[in-house]
Design a protein around this ligand. Structure first.
Ligand code: RNT
Ligand code: ZN
Length: 453
């Protein structure tokens, strides 16, 4: 059998699967799984989970309903498409110089479509304001409108995906000294307030057009390198600016406001004006979304633990799933304990419906499409892992005070045939199984990315 498939698959990446014997997950020169073997493995896995009272089919159905928002900025190292020089600032840093990054909206869209085709489940796309299409003109941030996002909107409609949005309060001369909404200069504050209002309206316009609400997430870099004298003053100004922004009308049905805090950034080590406490208070007071970015806390603090706490008091959350290595370095998301813990909290607490899952990382040292695919597939994988837990059983053990049983069960779960369920999910979602997606990315790199000079 193996021989037959080897011949078959020499140059095949991910073959579709009408025929049960066709290879579906093959790398160059290798013969691997067929639809049949994936289905067989799934059937065995299903039995194994059923013995624990877990319905794998139901888990897969649920997973297929959870969208993950891909962040546009992984595609071009947080560059944007503005016509004036805005070196990446605000403590954000994309390191690496892997060739082939997207230089135009069309290239970014094509790259994102590549990624979508390799990731199972429903997708969204998360835009930043400076990714508008300005037709070579200089349109300053306080002047942008829905017209600059028509290309994105049409594309989203064609691809049947939702959009999300962010004001861009960095990479701009008026943010060069590190302050925006909390700036001591009223005219600078006014500029950024106008920008954020414009963004909420763009969010609402896009949401209405897609009949799918857009989350508009405000993050500002404002902070101090060295010990501030008047923390309170900066925070008072930030609050005042946010109040002005929220006071502007933007249809609440189609635009959902979110605010994102942070512990520190490069260049603002001593104070971030919009800290976690600040925005937690603000979001609770105004009943808007709170954004939790996995890289924005003390190194041993995880956002997983915060989810059930903050959701007592805010209507919904936005996650920026990220991976900090020693600092908020925004490495590609991997399937580690932290990611699984986040997914477990969402599933165990029944919070999926109140959570908007977005990713936030940017690695310029590897193929950028692969970075999207790896991180997003991992997010989905973590959700599946969590959906396959016998939660009631674990809770009952806990309530009975049987922590021995709880720990023993949790550990045994780790080696259940989870991979077989994941493969089957990819198969049914019509995306490559296993690492077959990589061959497609490599081909796209050879055909498209390598020609961008
Ligand atoms: C910065 C925040 C913010 C940005 C994006 C580009 O620390 O995480 O979300 O990464 O807006
Ligand atoms: Zn973030």
């Amino acid at each position: 059998m193996a021989l037959r498939f080897a011949a078959f698959s020499r140059n095949i990446a991910a073959v579709r699967f009408q025929d049960g014997n066709k290879p579906v997950a093959t790398m160059k020169g290798e013969a691997r799984m067929t639809t049949k073997t994936i289905e067989q493995a799934y059937r065995l896995a299903k039995e194994r989970y059923a013995a624990l009272g877990v319905d794998t089919d139901a888990a897969l159905r649920r997973l297929a309903e959870v969208p993950i928002s891909l962040h546009c900025w992984q595609g071009d190292d947080v560059g944007g498409f503005e016509n004036f020089d805005g070196t990446l600032g605000g403590g954000l840093a994309a390191t690496g110089n892997y060739p082939g990054k997207a230089r135009t909206p069309d290239e970014l869209r094509a790259d994102a479509e590549q990624a979508f085709s390799l990731i199972p489940g429903p997708h969204r796309f998360n835009l930043h304001a400076f990714y508008g299409e300005f037709g070579g003109r200089t349109v300053d941030r306080d002047q942008i409108g829905p017209e600059h996002f028509r290309g994105w909107l049409d594309w989203a409609k064609r691809n049947r995906i939702g959009l999300d949005f962010n004001p861009t309060c960095f990479s701009h001369p008026k943010a060069a000294d590190g302050f925006t909404l909390s700036h001591p200069d009223r005219s600078i504050r006014r500029f950024w307030i106008a920008h954020c209002i414009a963004c909420r309206r763009i969010g609402a316009a896009m949401g209405r057009a897609l009949k799918n609400p857009v989350v508009t997430n405000i993050w500002v870099p404002d902070g101090m390198k060295d010990t501030p004298a008047d923390r309170a003053g900066f925070r008072a100004r930030l609050e005042e600016s946010l109040d002005e922004i929220l006071a502007a009308k933007a249809d609440r049905r189609w635009n959902l406001d979110a605010v994102e805090g942070k512990l520190f950034g490069i260049g603002c080590e001593s104070m971030t004006v919009g800290s976690h406490e600040f925005y937690l208070g603000y979001a609770v007071k105004h009943q808007i979304l709170l954004t939790l970015d996995a890289g924005h806390y003390h190194p041993t603090e995880t956002i997983a633990d915060k989810i059930s706490a903050v959701l007592r008091f805010v209507p919904a959350i936005l996650l920026h799933v990220s991976r900090g290595v020693r600092w908020d370095s925004d490495h590609v998301v991997i399937l580690n304990d932290e990611l699984i813990a986040i997914a477990q909290e969402l599933v165990r607490g029944g919070f999926l419906d109140r959570t908007h899952i977005g990713l936030d990382y940017f690695d310029a040292s590897i193929n950028r499409i692969a970075a999207w695919v790896i991180g997003t597939r991992n997010m989905a994988r973590a959700l599946l892992y969590a959906l396959l837990e016998p939660f009631e059983r674990l809770r009952d053990l806990e309530l009975a005070g049987d922590y021995t049983g709880r720990l023993a069960t949790m550990e045994e779960l780790k080696t259940l045939p989870f991979g077989a369920v994941w493969d089957y999910y990819c198969l049914t979602q019509d995306v490559p199984v296993g690492d077959a997606w990589l061959a497609q990315v490599r081909r796209y790199e050879a055909d498209v990315l390598s020609k961008r000079r």
